[in-house]
Write a protein that binds this ligand. Structure first.
Ligand SMILES: Nc1ncnc2c1ncn2[C@@H]1O[C@H](COP(=O)(O)OP(=O)(O)OP(=O)(O)O)[C@@H](O)[C@H]1O
Ligand SMILES: O=c1[nH]c(=O)c2[nH+]cn([C@@H]3O[C@H](COP(=O)(O)O)[C@@H](O)[C@H]3O)c2[nH]1
Ligand SMILES: NC(=O)CC[C@H](N)C(=O)O
Ligand SMILES: [Mg+2]
Length: 513
């Protein structure tokens, strides 16, 4: 078991970031719903607990509350923003609406560094995002470690129980010394040695995969994408020939993707690959379906039916392995009472059928993308495999608004190929998270060669991200945008207009559906 810090999620948009910062300190972290019982938490034997921020006010009706028994577990706790407020309220203090809301930068003046602020400048910039404040501290027990102009109780500590609370957000980059503060919590306060590395992860997973699988066979859905390629390499290292990879052409792949993946696989892997061309089945199920969640569910279900059939020929195929990663899980699963409500069902998680004969084997399901890439490198996969841009399992179906048809899918494929080609030529493919085309089923009027046209619209999307959970649109050079636009309009029949999507995530998502 690795050292673990648990992040209790009160619905903060930053819970992921907190988890990542902890992992950057080489300590494993897990996000759990705010109402996880203290007993469940104790059973995980965490070294520490962080209470996240959150949109509610602790004094509001139905405000999310943690099990108060967690403050009695003897495990160090750091409350951030809402987490601080909840800790103070639970232990007898009072939270009230502040005179002014405080968003943005503030200066924390450290009166007493304690263990939390070792090595942090006495006056340090911190980032605030709150409207409530501590109006009265609980009687006795707490010390004030620091204040800011607006917030008297900006950092507090109860030595007796090893509880810390801070009003600001150490997890965001606008708190430049935030990483040291989180590092101090993990190492000095929780006593973690920081031995969570990708090497130790691989070793641990190899043992676990062997123990879980035993003598059974494993089917792995291989898409040629980063996650499933890395999962294949890892599982193959663990169980060798018991692994059977299946690559499904679901009819919504990119242009020439089926050939490309088979070539890539042959070049990099020494294992079996079963190729199933299921284009007709997927497209007939998708015919006329324009609702995004329906499309996703149809694709998730059909994938499993195909895996089922293909595995019939494989003896004792008990497990279905997938390259599911942490963000897939977090975005898709509405855990009871968890405020991180469901955004969209990733086909490989929320899109799976309720009854399935396979047991799931998902060794990467606790990793972020950059960690998956690191595992791939350590397993010897080349850069052109680990650095491929992510491509969603539901493929072009979620980049083609409205119901898909063979003709309009081909339009999207041709446009998409031009986008990728130009981005590669510009040397940007590996430095941008994702770049792609989206098909809009609306037609606009144009004029080409003095003739009126009435054709479809293609939207371009290019986003920067480190894990797909949040993303910024990229300021692609105008001349590159111009080149892509004119090539699409000249070379792709049926398109007479190209637009550029300048929405970040949030409020948008990366894919359009
Ligand atoms: N065409 C496919 N054939 C077989 N399995 C697939 C296919 N597409 C997706 N999957 C399965 O669904 C999982 C999730 O897809 P996802 O796109 O998130 O991962 P990926 O394709 O492996 O990596 P990337 O995120 O880099 O595209 C994959 O890891 C794989 O197991
Ligand atoms: O395998 C997948 N199955 C899916 O159903 C799916 N939906 C989105 N994505 C990818 O996840 C990241 C976040 O995408 P969104 O901002 O659109 O949710 C982006 O990288 C998306 O490409 C998926 N991958
Ligand atoms: N970011 C937060 O956790 C905010 C906590 C609480 N909603 C406030 O406004 O003070
Ligand atoms: Mg993919």
């Amino acid at each position: 078991m690795s050292e673990t810090i648990i992040v209790l999620d009160f619905g903060s948009q930053y819970s992921q970031l907190i988890a990542r910062r902890i992992r950057e300190c080489r300590v494993y972290s897990r996000i759990m719903p705010f109402n996880t019982p203290a007993e469940t938490i104790r059973a995980e034997r965490p070294q520490g607990i962080i209470l996240s921020g959150g949109p509610s006010s602790v004094y509001a009706e139905n405000a999310p509350k943690c099990d108060p028994a967690i403050f009695e577990l003897g495990i160090p706790i750091l409350g951030i923003c809402y987490g601080l407020q909840l800790m103070i309220q639970t232990l007898g203090g009072e939270i009230a609406r502040g005179r002014a809301r405080e968003y943005g930068k503030a200066i924390l003046e450290i009166a007493e560094p304690g263990e939390l602020f070792v090595g942090v400048s006495p006056k340090t910039q911190v980032w605030m995002s709150h409207g409530d404040k501590v109006a009265r501290m609980p009687e006795g027990g707490f010390r004030v470690l620091g204040s800011s102009g607006n917030t008297e109780f900006c950092a507090v500590h109860m030595p007796e129980r090893n509880l810390y609370g801070i009003q600001f957000h150490p997890e965001v980059v606008h708190t430049p010394e935030g990483k040291s503060i989180i590092g101090n919590f993990c190492r000095r306060i929780c006593g973690c040695a920081g031995d969570w590395t990708m090497e130790s992860f691989i070793e641990q997973q190899l043992r676990e995969i062997r123990a879980t699988v035993g003598k059974s066979n494993v089917i792995l859905g291989l898409s040629g994408g980063v996650d499933s390629s890395v999962a294949a390499a890892l599982i193959h290292k663990a169980i060798g020939k018991q692994l059977n990879c299946i690559f499904v052409n679901n009819g919504v792949l990119r242009k020439n993707e089926a050939e490309r993946v088979r070539e890539l696989f042959g070049r990099n892997f020494d294992m079996k690959l079963i190729y199933v061309d299921a284009t007709d089945r997927f497209l007939s199920k998708l015919a006329g379906v324009d609702e995004p969640e329906k499309k996703r569910k149809i694709i998730g279900n059909e994938f499993v039916t195909v895996f089922d059939e293909a595995s019939a020929k494989i003896e004792n195929a008990e497990f279905l392995a997938q390259g599911t990663t942490y963000p897939d899980v977090i975005e898709s699963v509405p855990i009871d009472g968890n405020p991180a409500a469901m955004i969209k069902s990733h086909h490989n998680v929320g899109g799976l059928p309720e009854e399935m004969k396979f047991k799931l084997l998902e060794p990467l399901s606790r990793l972020f993308k950059d960690e998956v890439r690191e595992v791939g490198r350590q397993l010897g996969l080349p850069e052109d495999v680990v650095m491929r841009q992510p491509f969603p399992g539901p493929g072009l179906a979620v980049r083609h608004l409205g119901a898909v048809t063979r003709e309009t899918l081909d339009i999207l494929r041709d446009a998409d190929e031009i986008v990728v080609d130009e981005i590669k030529k510009a040397g940007l493919y590996y430095s941008i998270w994702q770049t792609f085309a989206v098909f809009l089923p609306v037609r606009t009027v144009g004029v080409m060669g003095d003739e009126r046209t009435y054709d479809y619209v293609i939207a371009l999307r290019a986003v920067e991200s480190s894990d797909g959970m949040t993303a910024d649109w990229v300021q692609l050079p105008y001349d590159l945008l111009g080149r892509i636009s004119s090539r699409i309009i000249n070379e792709v029949n049926g398109v007479n207009r190209v637009v550029y999507d300048i929405t970040s995530k949030p409020p948008g998502t990366i894919e359009w559906e």
